[in-house]
Design a protein around this ligand. Structure first.
Ligand code: NAD
Length: 397
């Protein structure tokens, strides 16, 4: 059943592309959210694990404007930072945990959901520990660095009878949802080709990029970090699963950034309907998070298509480009966390399942396998079908 999120959308502030929300937008959003939100005690408590760029820039601010979710605890390896962040957000001193005493969250009834926002190689361990502590888990993308870890996370969720959601924010973002709905309605005819470009320049001097350039910690460099958006988008735009993939790439052996991860990868997916998808990713090209869908009778160009805010859609029909549109101001992170809160309270279906994350892990492995074989075709029809289409259940506005 669709859940209305109109008041949330009205309350939330859009951010600049891949940057924190502006102070003004955030303050406006917080004022409106206070008026619209239920009492804090009625909200689902989230523990945020890892206090890096995403947590500080997007997730904790998102929890301030969320309608149904609230910050209940922080978990960090840096006690000073953790205490400061807790104090700034009105948390008591006993809501601060370190990685070593993290398992004590089992005895903390304030925490219902644990949000894992750590380097990718640390997702599985902290997810499984949270399930053992009896908590639900929202885990950042990519779900893990290996298929075995992803499978272990799904098994741990089942064993503890708790919910596992992968943080695919675009499943809750109005522009992406609008494009999905337009494609499902078929007004532009059948979708024939999807193009996705997801990448940027990585800076090895930035600690947040250093682990992303490390093979074991990231699980695949640009592909794992940015390319995963294109892999996931091709699937949710077409609402079907690829049956085959082939991939080419280029990594400059003289570039010290790419000692353990590949750089530029360009892949093609073949879908059962006959549609094709081209995807590319790189940590050595100009920043882009864009996609285009070419249908029989028109084109949808989303550029940007997956930024935190300021996304823009151009529809081309009958040879005419319509004026670009942008979705209303919204906080995708708040929308995503509110959805998780509603799943936990039995008010919404799980959309971004662990199996969705595993499917992307398996497809990224297939891309890397094809890359290693100079573009050989790798079959990918192992029978996965998504349980719930975001376009059907998640409100656009
Ligand atoms: P970050 O490097 O800024 O933060 C990572 C945090 O983990 C830091 O606080 C760091 O201190 C901590 N940490 C603990 N052990 C560490 C270790 N051994 N090495 C490095 N850091 C360690 O990263 P981030 O940008 O916040 O990304 C965190 C997660 O969020 C990643 O999984 C990433 O893919 C995901 N992410 C998602 C989005 C999105 O739009 N959904 C955007 C950015 C990042």
């Amino acid at each position: 059943m669709p859940i209305s999120r109109r008041s949330l959308l009205g309350a939330a502030g859009a951010s600049a592309a891949l940057a924190p929300v502006t102070a003004q937008a955030q303050a406006k959003a917080q004022t409106k959210a206070k008026a619209a939100a239920p009492a804090s005690s009625d909200k689902v408590g989230f523990a945020v694990v890892g206090l890096g760029k995403l947590s500080l820039g997007q997730i904790i601010p998102g929890l301030k404007v969320a309608r149904n979710a609230r910050l209940a605890a922080v978990v960090s390896g840096h006690p000073d930072k953790a205490r400061r962040v807790a104090a700034e957000n009105g948390l008591p001193a006993d809501a601060v945990y370190g990685y070593d005493d993290y398992d004590r969250i089992a005895k903390d009834p304030r925490i219902q959901v644990v949000y894992i926002v750590l380097p990718n190689s640390m997702h599985a361990d902290h997810t499984i520990r949270a399930f053992k502590a009896g908590k639900h888990v929202l885990c950042e993308k990519p779900m893990a660095t290996t298929i075995a870890d992803a499978e272990a996370m799904i098994a741990a969720a089942k064993a503890s009878d708790r919910q596992l959601m992968i943080a695919y924010r675009c499943h809750y973002e109005p522009q992406n949802l609008g494009v999905m709905r337009r494609l499902r309605a078929g007004t532009l005819g059948k979708p024939r080709l999807v193009n996705t470009t997801m990448g940027r320049q990585a800076d090895p001097a930035d600690p947040s990029d250093a682990w992303r350039l490390d093979g074991p910690m990231s699980g695949g460099g640009a592909l794992a970090d940015m390319g995963v958006y294109g892999v996931n988008a091709a699937r949710y735009l077409l609402n079907e699963e690829p049956v085959a993939v082939r991939a080419w790439g280029h990594t400059d052996p003289a570039d010290p950034r790419f000692r353990t991860t590949p750089d530029l990868i360009d892949w093609q997916f073949r879908f059962p309907s006959g549609a094709l998808a081209n995807g590319s990713t790189s940590f050595n090209y100009a920043p882009t998070m864009a996609f285009e869908v070419i249908c029989e009778k028109g084109r949808l160009i989303a550029d940007p298509g997956a930024f935190y805010g300021g996304n823009r859609l151009t529809v081309v029909q009958g040879g005419q480009a319509q004026p670009p549109t942008s979705p209303p101001e919204n906080d995708q992170f708040a929308r995503e966390m509110d959805w998780m809160a509603d799943v936990v309270r039995g008010k919404a279906p799980m959309v971004s399942t662990g199996e969705e994350g595993l499917q992307d892990m398996r497809l990224m492995k297939a891309i890397l396998d094809s890359l290693a074989q100079d573009g050989a075709t790798v079959k990918t029809d192992w029978g996965y079908r998504r349980a719930v289409d975001p376009a059907v259940v998640v409100d656009v506005a």
